[in-house]
Design a binder for this molecule. Structure first.
Ligand code: SF4
Ligand code: ZN
Length: 737
């Protein structure tokens, strides 16, 4: 039964390739073959072409080659093709269509630079909603969610639903199941993205509903995203198409929902997706394609009613989805984390500088508290009117045989995202600068302040059941109570901060491993010590310790550091033994405190990358949010591409932002005094810590001696500045001896 769809797909691929050939030719005539083309602020060139063919397309001229490949891949064009013995020609047709579409989209960026937004969010006021290729900053942040499992996969929605309400329903079903929704193409001019806007749904990366583009060719942004993840986090080499496709099939749980009439071009794209192992589920009567060698499940399933589509799609792709069971009248899950409560929808506001809001988690005696007791002391939603403000104190008490005081801040930090997960409720900040906004729609659905307690009780049990047995939540909304809690909380924060400050690597015998990123960088092992937090910035030593107690067989294992091999560079026998095993014999050893000599391995999610600047006898570091040039001659994305696959690369190392001001930061190479260049934004962000560390090192004004992009982005540009400022690195022993 596949011959009809195969015929359509092959016909569609011919159309797409021919059209792209014409577009390319016209563009070359107009701009010349040396004209640069790119997806702005992304590494990996045109990522489908680069990952599958290994061809880096940097100019219009470079695009000729993959177009030739696309043309050659097109199967014999036989009008009366009654017999298709195997899927091969169909897969090839799909692939050639995708190469051609990727070239066409890159030319669109050139011809119409404002067509796609360069941002994470849409701009509703200007009516610009198409996001195009995910910039690397977005991609890294979101890619990590596919690593740590907060996003099990994505639904690529092509076309439009019969009406906005159905679109909203489908999108929310996927949001509730934590999937991303990648949207492209239109059905007679109507797009799913615009339908969502019409139904009042917030779209953009923050709500996981991503409007890539209005044409079917924007499908390449979804597939390109998947391939970039495989290259960045999985260490799959460009051009290794077999591994690439298998990786996607096994690890990226995606599928296509085709809504509306499937034309030849759509069929070609659907065929392309079969290469990735992504099946298509359609609402119309298109011929089905049943299992063959590539997938063990159906490739194309037709006639699925809209109300069954999310569930069927998930079953067909074999996705395991676990949904939080929280008894509140709102939809709940990470997809709602980034959603805002806008001014005209705002019902109640607490904190944010207008009133005081504070949150405190503290450990209690088992007998002292009652599990599940949730109390609101003071006015609740029913006692106020739209537009009012209240002060708020959230006091979470936990008890359990495995509970330790050290875990208090970890549990408290959960409050932010756990409240944010509720649709229509927004949480910003933490500690005594919390800020909560509740939307009118949430209130209309029956949300009350008590539900904040319900959420915290349910989720803390769910996620931290191994360390706690009882959770009691008290919500204060009277000023005097909130002020009292604030005073108590501030004392607690002080004690906590002092405890963490005082911890040293020498002071503990046990470090913790983190292998969370191995699903993307198979040989990568992070080792986390008190003075070297995880390079992603998400895990410090205490977090790893808690994570281990919660899940003893999980990604964080205690490692006895054992005999010290090199105290200056930071190397221990016990650690080496562990990483040798955990890296499957790929890494024998590394140093904690050096980037010059056998540095720690780096995976794609590091917050910053430090590199030697030998001409200045120092190092620089750059965070992923800085997209400009650096004195290494490479941007962050290029650096990450060079070293992100889980390798130890002498001269470079990935690290967290926080690590920069920790005492052991590259202490084996001279420490923070080696720092000659940082982006200005990073300097500002770390200002307090840099001042403090500078003082400790005898250079209270160190921060002002460090160059940034306003001084220059090459060694030659910054060297005179460093000399003028008498930068300490210039007087240190040669960094590369
Ligand atoms: Fe990945 Fe390392 Fe962060 Fe763990 S600590 S999540 S392995 S980067
Ligand atoms: Zn990682």
């Amino acid at each position: 039964m596949s011959k009809l769809v195969a015929f359509a797909a092959i016909q569609g691929a011919y159309n797409i390739v021919s059209k792209a050939e014409g577009t390319l030719k016209k563009a070359i005539d107009k701009f010349g073959p040396d004209q640069k083309i790119e997806f702005p602020n992304t590494a990996y060139y045109l990522p489908i072409i680069y990952s599958i063919l290994g061809i880096p397309v940097k100019t219009l001229g470079d695009a000729r080659k993959p177009m030739e490949v696309a043309r050659k891949l097109l199967p014999a064009h036989v009008k009366n093709m009654y017999h298709l013995p195997y899927l091969g020609p169909l897969l090839d047709a799909g692939m050639s269509a995708l190469f051609a579409e990727e070239v066409a989209e890159a030319i669109r960026y050139l011809e119409d630079p404002d067509f796609y937004l360069v941002s994470e969010d849409i701009d509703e006021t200007s009516g610009k909603i198409w996001l195009g290729a995910a910039e690397d900053t977005v991609f890294r942040k979101r890619g990590v969610e596919f690593v740590d499992g907060t996003a099990p996969g994505f639904a690529a929605i092509v076309g439009a639903a019969p009406d906005p309400e159905t679109a909203k329903w489908i999108a929310e079903e996927y949001q509730k199941k934590n999937l991303y929704v990648f949207m492209c193409a239109n059905q007679n001019g109507t797009t799913f993205s615009e339908q969502l806007l019409e139904a009042g749904v917030q779209i953009g990366w923050n709500t996981r509903l991503v409007p890539f583009g209005p044409d079917i060719s924007a499908a390449v942004f979804a597939l390109g995203f998947a391939n970039r993840a495989a290259m960045a986090f999985g260490g799959i080499k460009p051009g290794d198409y077999k591994k690439m496709l298998i990786y996607n099939k096994d690890r990226i749980f995606a599928f296509v929902n085709a809504l509306g009439e499937v034309n030849a071009e759509w069929a070609a794209n659907a065929a392309g997706c079969v290469n990735w192992g992504f099946p298509t589920i359609a609402d119309t009567d298109i011929p089905e394609i049943l299992p063959t060698g590539v997938c063990t499940y159906e490739h194309v399933v037709a006639n699925v009613p809209h109300r069954e589509m999310p569930q069927r799609s998930i079953e067909i792709r074999g996705l395991k989805v676990t949904v939080a069971n929280v008894d509140i009248p709102l939809a709940y899950g990470p997809a709602f984390e980034g959603e805002r409560v806008r001014k005209d929808d705002l019902y109640l506001e607490m904190g944010g500088g207008k009133t005081q809001a504070v949150e405190l988690c503290s450990m209690a005696d088992m007998k002292e508290i009652e599990d599940g007791q949730i109390e609101v002391i003071g006015p609740d939603i029913k006692d106020i009117k739209k537009g009012d403000r209240l002060p708020l104190g959230i006091f979470v008490q936990v008890a359990g045989r495995q509970m330790q005081e050290d875990f208090e801040p970890i549990l408290e930090r959960q409050i932010h995202h756990l409240i944010n997960y509720a649709q229509g409720v927004m949480h910003i900040g933490q500690r005594d600068i919390a800020w909560i906004r509740v939307g009118e729609q949430a209130v209309n659905k029956g949300f009350t302040l008590k539900h904040i307690g319900v959420i915290l009780h349910a989720k803390l049990h769910q996620d931290f059941g191994a360390i706690l047995d009882k959770v009691q939540v008290t919500l204060y909304t009277k000023k005097e109570d909130v002020d009292k809690l604030t005073a108590t909380a501030r004392e607690n924060y002080k004690k906590r901060d002092a405890r963490v400050e005082q911890m040293t690597d020498e002071g503990v015998e046990t470090y913790y491993s983190c292998t969370l990123c191995q699903s993307f960088a198979p040989n990568h092992v992070c080792m986390v010590s008190p003075e070297r937090t995880g390079l992603c910035g998400a895990y410090n030593w205490m977090d790893c310790k808690a994570s281990y107690e919660i899940n003893p067989t999980g990604p964080n294992q205690p490692v006895e550091k054992g005999e010290c091999i090199d105290p200056k560079l930071g190397q221990w026998r016990g650690v080496n033994d562990f990483i040798y095993k955990a890296s499957r014999q790929n890494v024998t050893h590394y140093n904690f405190y050096s980037l010059v000599h056998d540095p720690m391995t780096t995976c794609g999610c590091c917050e910053c990358i430090a590199a030697v600047i030998s001409g200045c006898n120092g190092v620089m570091t750059v965070g992923r949010d800085y997209t400009g040039e650096t004195p290494t001659g490479m941007k962050f994305t290029t650096l990450a591409g060079v070293m992100g696959g889980g390798a130890s690369s002498p001269g470079f190392v990935g690290h967290s932002k926080y690590n920069i001001c920790q005492r052991k930061f590259i202490s084996g190479d001279g420490g923070l005094l080696r720092m000659v260049w940082m982006p200005k934004g990073l300097k500002d962000e770390l200002r307090e810590g840099l001042l403090k560390r500078g003082e400790e090192l005898g250079y209270p004004d160190l921060i002002d001696r460090i160059a940034d992009e306003t001084v220059g982005v090459t060694e030659d540009e910054i060297l005179p500045f460093l000399k003028e400022k008498d930068h300490p690195a210039l007087k240190m022993e040669p960094i590369i001896g």
